[in-house]
Ligand binder design. Structure first.
Ligand SMILES: Nc1ncnc2c1ncn2[C@@H]1O[C@H](COP(=O)(O)OP(=O)(O)OP(=O)(O)O)[C@@H](O)[C@H]1O
Ligand SMILES: [Mg+2]
Length: 257
């Protein structure tokens, strides 16, 4: 594959025939995912919704390389996961913000870059840029306890963005925020995605959130987790959760769940 082909594919994800079992206390393996097939184009925004326990987090864990499936393949940027080496181009934003309480916002964001060999000054400059991207440049020296829930989410988002990922995986990233802050975070995320053009795959329980953010929604069914349906959201952007077309789309989606 030539360099141009790789660049065009950067951020594309293919999940092919993935099945996953976990061992249980009783000894019988529990099948958590059954034959998941999913193709996500580079720069797409895809939402995953489904009942609690249907394997949404497990699927993100598998895409991120944290968990290995018993069956099937993951292909990232056109490269099978077993041959893929650029794991730093994939960021994973967990449901809880996981900020280190003894570090300032800036040092929390820098944390993502510490595993590499980047000089300290460059790390700090990049972390400041990421904080600016989420509108928190003036809170660089604040500790997590000095920040609101929404601000903490922004720091966590900055920490996910600082390594300039091609793929951003998010597991219910905004579920703990109030409706107003959540709507602000949606705008922020879409603005950043327009700028940086990364692929976003996020899990949510909030159908309205899926409709406002996603190009495509994947609906999972439980026991074992499988894909029940997928829906394309063709509404023009920017989308407003209070508009009739958005509400209608959310209503249609709820009938598929
Ligand atoms: N490491 C593990 N070991 C054993 N079982 C696990 C493990 N991780 C997840 N499971 C089981 O796999 C199933 C799917 O879990 P998962 O966390 O992927 O669900 P989910 O769809 O993300 O649920 P929720 O919406 O509640 O977050 C559950 O039955 C869970 O108990
Ligand atoms: Mg989960």
């Amino acid at each position: 594959m030539n360099a141009a082909a790789v660049a065009a594919d950067a951020g594309a994800i293919t999940v092919r025939g993935v099945s996953k079992w976990f061992s249980t206390a009783e000894g019988t393996p529990l099948q958590v995912l059954d034959n998941i097939d999913l193709t996500i184009a580079a720069q797409a925004i895809v939402a995953i919704i489904g009942a609690s326990g249907c394997g949404k987090s497990t699927l993100l864990n598998i895409i991120s390389g944290l968990v290995t499936p018993e069956r099937g393949d993951i292909i990232l940027n056109g490269i099978p996961a077993r041959n893929f080496s650029d794991w730093r181009s994939i960021s994973y934003m967990f449901q809880e913000d996981r900020l280190l309480p003894w570090r300032t916002a800036l040092r929390n964001v820098e944390f993502s870059l510490e595993a590499g060999s980047m000089p300290r000054a460059e790390r700090e400059a990049r972390a400041r840029d990421a904080l600016k991207l989420v509108g928190l440049e003036s809170f660089a020296d604040a500790f997590p306890y000095q920040l609101s829930g929404g601000m903490r989410s922004r720091v966590a988002l900055a920490r996910s963005l600082v390594q300039e990922p091609c793929i951003l995986l998010m597991d219910e990233p905004f579920s703990r925020l109030d409706a107003l802050t959540r709507a602000q975070m949606h705008e922020e995320l879409l603005r950043i995605q327009q700028l940086k053009r990364m692929t976003i795959v996020f899990v949510t329980h909030d159908v309205e959130e899926a409709v406002v953010l996603a190009d495509r929604v994947v609906i999972m069914a439980p026991r074992p987790g499988r894909i029940r349906d997928t829906a394309t959201i063709a509404l023009a952007r920017p989308r407003d959760a209070t508009e009739a077309a958005t509400a209608r789309q959310a209503h249609e989606l709820k009938s598929l769940i």
